[in-house]
Ligand binder design. Structure first.
Ligand SMILES: [Zn+2]
Length: 277
């Protein structure tokens, strides 16, 4: 698996230390991401999201059952299969639809930490319990939990040209994304521009879901689903809707470049109590 975590972690730590030094603070921000990753479990209570996707925390999270109909989780040891109950429902529904379509099981990668919050490596978002990465690996049978650590994650877009690797990309990948998008709870799905280009070129009975597929670099081995804020969550901040239309014009395949280091964002004040309780 191309594992950017080590370098990102190193760079992020350096960036955080630099900022902390500049601000003259003894580094509560430096420890912040690690603290969130070691939260013992969800904070019990009615489900409540505080903040936006890239700077948020979560009360009343649930853990996705680590395997179910049409899906299995990957990299269990990271403890990132938590989310708002609406995300758990969404993934279980999608698993059933994948099973009905007779492919899969799909591999469910990172969701959120038990109380959301920033991650010490790998993602800027995934903080509010509404994001999930679903891998483009559909070729594996149901595996034991221990076999699902550190699985290889093949890249389906040529890193030099930005073109889709036709030897690896299949009908089932396109179908998986269509199934994932065809759900009113979905706000956006991020995939590589070459993947979106392929989806746009296909015949679909209904094309309205294409609007929610947004190109994002380096999403060439997984799709990233982001759900809308659930009802009755006044502290949850949604992104604006994507522009109208299919978004199929002007797609520019971008070669895979090194990911940028993670920006530091300030969590809502109310999140302090979520971590300390
Ligand atoms: Zn993601």
């Amino acid at each position: 698996m191309p594992d950017p975590s080590t370098s990102i972690r190193t760079r992020t730590t350096l960036a955080l230390l630099t900022v902390a030094a500049l601000l003259g603070v003894p580094g509560p921000e430096v420890r912040a991401a690690d603290d969130w990753s070691t939260a013992p479990g969800p904070l019990e209570g009615p489900p409540r999201i505080i903040g936006k996707h890239g700077a948020a925390c979560l009360i009343g999270a649930e853990q996705l059952p680590l395997e179910g109909i049409g899906y299995q989780t990957a990299d269990l040891a990271r403890r990132r299969h938590f989310g708002h109950p609406v995300l758990i429902d969404y993934i279980e529904d999608l698993g059933r639809r994948v099973a009905n379509a007779e492919f899969g099981p799909m591999l469910v990668g990172d969701m959120a930490q038990p109380r959301g919050g920033p991650m010490s490596y790998g993602h800027v978002s995934h903080q509010s319990g509404l994001d999930v990465d679903i891998w483009f690996r559909l070729d594996l049978p149901p595996l034991d939990r221990s076999e699902r650590e550190g699985l290889e994650q093949p890249i389906l877009v040529d890193p030099m040209t930005g073109q889709l690797d036709r030897a690896r990309w299949t009908e089932d990948h396109a179908k998986l994304i269509q199934l994932a998008a065809d759900d009113p709870r979905v706000a956006r799905i991020f995939v590589d521009a070459a993947v979106k280009e392929d989806l746009c070129s296909r015949e679909w009975e209904d094309r309205s879901w294409l609007r929610h597929i947004r190109p994002w670099p380096a999403h060439d081995e997984h799709l990233h689903v982001r759900l809308r804020c659930p009802e009755n969550s006044p502290e949850c901040v949604d992104q604006p809707e994507p522009p109208p239309g299919e978004g199929c014009q002007g797609l520019v395949p971008t070669p895979r470049t090194e990911r940028e280091s993670l920006p530091i964002r300030t969590l809502p004040q109310a999140c302090r109590a979520v971590l300390s309780r």
